[in-house]
Design a protein around this ligand. Structure first.
Ligand SMILES: [Zn+2]
Length: 96
């Protein structure tokens, strides 16, 4: 169910599929501002759910291991309205 690869083609009218790179950036910024309030770039606030915290490295088969939101991790976000999911690197740049 991981669809992080292949985020090109953002203009295609695909209700299900990956977020575009620009959308991914918006989600990342919003997540870093407030992880409990991440609006979907297309659908607006209160559509996104944090499904899980996963390892930042996703193997080539598209599997990601669930981890703790600690240190380097990615957050798996899912929009209930456009039914798209994405993993964003939520913790990596905090480590200073
Ligand atoms: Zn959405």
């Amino acid at each position: 169910m991981n669809r992080i690869a292949g985020t090109e083609g953002a203009t295609l009218p695909q209700p299900q599929g990956p977020f575009s790179d620009a959308e991914a950036l918006e989600l990342l910024m919003a997540y870093r501002r407030d992880p409990s309030d991440v609006p979907c770039p297309r659908c607006g606030p209160e559509n996104i759910e944090v499904l899980a915290f996963i390892e930042p490295e996703i193997d080539t088969n598209g599997f990601a291991s669930v981890t703790d939101p600690d240190g380097e991790y990615a957050a798996a976000l899912y929009c209930h309205t456009c039914q798209r999911a994405i993993g964003i690197l939520a913790g990596a740049l905090y480590g200073e």
